[in-house]
Design a protein around this ligand. Structure first.
Ligand SMILES: *[C@@H]1O[C@H](CO)[C@@H](O)[C@H](O)[C@H]1NC(C)=O
Ligand SMILES: *[C@@H]1O[C@H](CO)[C@@H](O)[C@H](O)[C@H]1NC(C)=O
Ligand SMILES: *[C@@H]1O[C@H](CO)[C@@H](O)[C@H](O)[C@H]1NC(C)=O
Length: 407
């Protein structure tokens, strides 16, 4: 594993009045009725990984998602997710009443009828900041490969016993391609002393945007028509800073976090431009951007409205007491403790969010909130939310069956 560091997004970012955009109504684009997706293809990092990093690197020394208490909520066991329970692709699957989205690197039984998940912890968008080989371009290539292999399997073995688990015919053209990447680029660039915001803007962002534009092109040529981007969330925005956002902060209050905040903001602006050009280039495609940053801010500004304890928005639920919350990889190691009420927390470990947070984010997205196309899947697609609550269990939602394979 030398040369390979487990990724993980840092949460130690503060946010400032001048830099943080408040949630804004995104009325700039006309509302379009989209076709309801029949499948999901997800690309990203540890926020949406459902098994790729652990299946790709089974001996990694920091496989925290494989330890208790990861996955305790809903799954009742570690479930290869960097959270106490479900992550956004899981909530999408539940809303659309589909099997949970499985990793492209599903070691063992697989079920790709309704898509696959290429998101891999540590994945960056730019090759300048990639710390694992599995960065965005590789994930896109994996998608192309899966599609090719599935077609080949169908052609060679028209009655093979695995055919029922391969992607359904309409899953490519009627799938929703979700992409949330870039957090690792910020963390890696920030942690390298020589990578200033200037360097990030002049080197990392152009590479990242080129890779994203190329990714859209490749997916489009493979039949993709509906894209949904997640921009960079407001990692680690503290309530204290958030509450000061309406007043102008002096640079003393910002300290060493200025570069990171600038990087996040610069990345999100660049993504907006990249998507705008892609829209011109592919008018037949629907490309949405969910403003994760603004949604994140909304939750931190009004935690109680979304069921979170306002006193706990800056505290990790799981970690080693006494260690700062932004120290990664302490949840589940010897000496770590876990809160008894993860539903009240936004942050799960030093780098990732709780199931409760992802639940709220998923509802925002599905309702078209903070999304520049305002596509309301809830209204259009007869979604179900009855399994979203904390009382739902994996066995309850997906009772054992011999016909369908789940996670
Ligand atoms: C990133 O890719 C570009 C070509 O797209 C190449 O010119 C550049 O050297 C690569 N950078 C790294 C760090 O691999
Ligand atoms: C938050 O902390 C304050 C002060 O300790 C306390 O009065 C309040 O009940 C707490 N709120 C919640 C929701 O626990
Ligand atoms: C989306 O549709 C649902 C169900 O019709 C509705 O409750 C919700 O308010 C809509 N979202 C927005 C942002 O209008």
């Amino acid at each position: 594993m030398s040369g390979f560091e487990l990724p993980i997004l840092s949460i130690s970012v503060l946010v400032t009045a001048t830099l943080c955009a408040f949630p804004v109504a995104s009325a700039s684009l006309p509302i379009r009725n989209s076709e309801c997706p029949t499948a999901f293809w997800n690309f990203g990092d540890s926020l949406t990984d459902t098994g790729s990093i652990l299946n790709a690197f089974p001996q990694c020394s920091q496989c925290d998602a494989e330890r208790k208490p990861y996955g305790e909520s809903f799954f009742g066991r570690p479930a290869m997710r960097f959270s106490n329970g479900r992550v956004v692709p899981d909530f999408f699957a539940l809303a659309f009443q589909k099997p949970l989205l499985q990793s492209y690197m599903q070691a063992g039984a697989f079920d790709y009828r309704f898509g696959a998940n290429f998101a891999t912890a540590g994945a960056a968008a730019s090759n300048e900041t990639a710390r694992s080989p599995i960065f965005l371009p590789l994930q896109i290539s994996q998608f192309v490969r899966l599609k090719q292999r599935a077609a080949m399997t169908r052609a060679l073995k028209p009655c093979g016993r695995y055919l029922p688990s391969l992607p359904l015919e309409d899953s490519y053209s009627k799938g929703l391609y979700t992409i949330g990447i870039g957090g690792v680029d910020v963390v890696v660039a920030f942690s390298k002393n020589n990578q200033t915001p200037d360097y990030f803007t002049t080197h990392v962002i152009p590479e990242a945007m080129a890779n994203i534009a190329k990714g859209i092109e490749t997916l489009y040529e493979s039949g993709a028509r509906q894209f949904l981007f997640f921009n960079l969330h407001c990692a680690g925005c503290s309530t204290k800073v958030v509450s000061l956002l309406s007043s102008v902060l002096s640079s003393d209050n910002l300290g060493s976090n200025i570069p990171k905040i600038l990087m996040i903001q610069a990345f999100n602006s660049a993504l907006k431009e990249t998507v705008a050009s892609a829209r011109l280039r592919y008018p037949a495609a629907i490309i949405s951007v969910f403003d994760y940053f603004a949604a994140n801010m909304e939750i931190l500004l009004n935690p109680a409205k979304y069921g979170f304890n306002p006193n706990l928005t800056q505290t990790t639920c799981c970690g080693v007491p006494g260690l700062p919350a932004d120290i990664d990889l302490t949840c589940g190691i010897s000496g770590s403790t876990t809160c008894s009420n993860p539903e009240e927390y936004v942050i799960w470990d030093g780098a990732h969010y709780t199931e409760a947070f992802y639940r709220v984010i998923s509802k925002f997205v599905l309702n078209g909130q903070f999304t520049d196309t305002s596509i309301n899947y809830t209204a259009n697609c007869n979604l179900k939310f009855d399994q979203f609550g904390p009382e739902a269990t994996f066995e309850g939602v997906y009772p054992e069956t011999c016909e369908v394979i789940f996670t």
